[in-house]
Design a protein around this ligand. Structure first.
Ligand code: CA
Length: 222
């Protein structure tokens, strides 16, 4: 599944590494070192995915992400132990993040998962309702109490997955494998961070229940 991928990274060895691996997987790579240049390239090329460093000279990765505005999937590249950065990145609409130093194989697995979801396109219209929440798969829209709630691609996929399985517990590893496309999940707080964001955006914190030691559950409401 070859695509044009924009890498925004000012550290030469990391940029080089990403470019090498992406090209090896058959992708066309545009690599820029500044946020301003990223915005120019996004207007010029049909970019399918952005790998975005946060700490950049000039405008930073958060601002670039905000300006992309959910139009193109974004994977943030964050420094180790900067939980605040990851949360802020997800709030700005990033779909995922990887922590430096990262394994290129892990990054490529996430790239593949994001591109696969994007290429799958919208499924046939199919609407689920759980309590005040309506999930329209074809339109990829979520309404709460009749109001549209803007979600990132990942948040939508996560909610859709849970709603489709309403009434049963879904484990964190299952979510990582099915929603994120991870092969061997290991230690990551991605699921927790996304669930917290989703609860906040939906305005009904009880909708997604935490089942201690097991995972999450959306209660079945008819
Ligand atoms: Ca940097």
């Amino acid at each position: 599944m070859a695509a044009t991928v924009l890498v925004v990274e000012d550290e030469p060895n990391i940029g080089e590494l990403l470019r090498t691996y992406l090209q090896r997987d058959g992708h066309q790579v545009i690599w820029v070192r500044r946020g301003e240049d990223a915005l120019v390239e996004l207007r010029r090329h049909p970019i399918k995915l952005v790998l975005l460093d946060i700490r950049l000279p000039g405008i930073d990765g958060f601002e670039v992400c905000r300006r992309i505005g959910g139009n193109v999937p974004v994977i943030m590249l964050t420094a180790r132990d900067e939980e605040a950065d990851r949360v802020a990145g997800l709030e700005m609409g990033a779909d995922d993040y990887v922590t430096k130093p990262f394994s290129p194989r892990e990054v490529m697995a996430r790239v593949k998962a994001v591109l696969r979801r994007a290429a799958a396109g919208p499924p046939a219209e199919d609407v689920s309702r759980v309590g005040p929440v309506t999930v329209a798969r074809g339109a990829r829209e979520v309404h709460v109490d009749g109001q549209k709630v803007p979600l990132t691609q990942r948040e939508f996929d996560l909610l859709e997955y849970l709603v489709r399985r309403a009434g049963r517990v879904v484990t964190r590893d299952e979510l990582l494998e099915s929603v994120w496309g991870f092969v061997s999940p290991g230690e990551t707080r991605t699921v927790e961070v996304h669930v917290a964001q989703l609860r906040k955006k939906l305005g009904h914190p009880d909708l997604i229940e935490t089942v201690r030691g097991l995972g999450y559950k959306v209660a079945e409401v008819r």
